[in-house]
Ligand binder design. Structure first.
Ligand code: 0WE
Length: 274
């Protein structure tokens, strides 16, 4: 055994354990739907660095998926929170204050648009579809930030959200979600400007496409993965773990000088012009 080489998994666990860069830190994760969710990969990375985590899920039907995942990381705060309702957001943070008293970080990994608005032409987006996509996918970050920053202490806090390249450039079929992600990235900058005086940082990760529930059923997704793999400087697609690791960096003191930023975690895809 003494001569056995450590597997990458062992090296990773050892490093995270001895680092413990989030030891004693507490954070809440919005957006776990199942064990493929980017939010879940963020949770695993944060947990492995010693953080204590709280989780919410949108609807009753998700409880039986999210509860066991949360509990597997030792979480004892798992609550339903429909982010389209201000009262539920207020309620969640009131309970969280009661539970922990303070908070160090938030992960927002939430988006929704009607299926029919993620195909065909953007020009056909309805007023209702536009409002829904922007409400759920962009406004919720501000609603959460408003409740979260008073719980963050003088030592500061970090809010991390997930975005996508469709915010910057036209991606076929991404349509209203692209507009919502543009609003989300702009919200990150305005929130960062407001909350900097409270030592609260706000940043986004622009993740390359990953096979998740949110990406399934999107026609041509497999072709998108192929396309990215061929063109990205790293000649592969991003792994969910890599999004998790960047979330860990943004939640931790390693990124203490960074706020209002969108970091691309996309194997370099977005730097290419041709
Ligand atoms: O942000 C996303 C997807 C967000 C999303 C996904 C769905 C699918 C099911 C929002 N709303 C819904 N509504 C549903 O009914 N991504 C970055 C993944 C994604 O989605 C795409 C993509 C990529 C990449 C849609 C079209 C084209 C590319």
């Amino acid at each position: 055994m003494a001569h056995d080489l450590a597997t990458p998994q062992m090296v990773h666990e050892k490093m995270m354990e001895s680092n413990g860069i989030l030891a004693g830190k507490k954070g809440i994760i919005f957006g776990v739907a199942n064990d493929h969710s980017l939010a879940w990969y963020c949770a695993k990375a944060l947990n492995s660095a010693g953080a204590q985590l709280a989780f919410t899920y949108q609807a009753e039907a998700l409880e039986r998926r999210v509860k066991p995942l949360a509990e597997s990381l030792g979480a004892d705060f798992v609550e339903q929170c429909d982010l389209s309702q201000d009262t539920q957001i207020e309620n969640t943070f009131a309970k969280l204050k009661n539970h922990w008293n303070n908070l160090d970080f938030v992960v927002h990994a939430v988006a929704f648009a009607n299926k029919q608005d993620l195909e065909g032409h953007f020009v056909d987006t309805s007023r209702e579809g536009f409002a829904l996509a922007l409400d759920v996918s962009a406004y919720t970050l501000t609603a959460i930030a408003k409740q979260a920053y008073p719980l963050m202490q003088a030592s500061g806090g970090s809010i991390v959200t997930l975005s996508y390249y469709g915010a910057e450039k036209v991606i076929p079929n991404y349509n209203v979600m692209g507009v919502a992600k543009a609003a989300l990235e702009a919200s990150v900058r305005y929130l960062a400007a407001d909350l900097g005086q409270h030592n609260v940082r706000v940043n986004a990760i622009s993740a390359g496409p990953v096979r998740t529930l949110a990406a399934m059923g999107i026609s041509g997704f497999r072709e998108m993965l192929k396309y990215v793999e061929q063109r990205a400087p790293l000649k592969r697609n991003v792994q969910a773990e890599e999004v998790g690791k960047t979330t860990l960096y943004l939640a931790s003191d390693l990124s203490s000088g960074i706020t209002g930023e969108t970091i691309h975690v996309d194997c370099g895809y977005s730097i290419m012009g041709m």
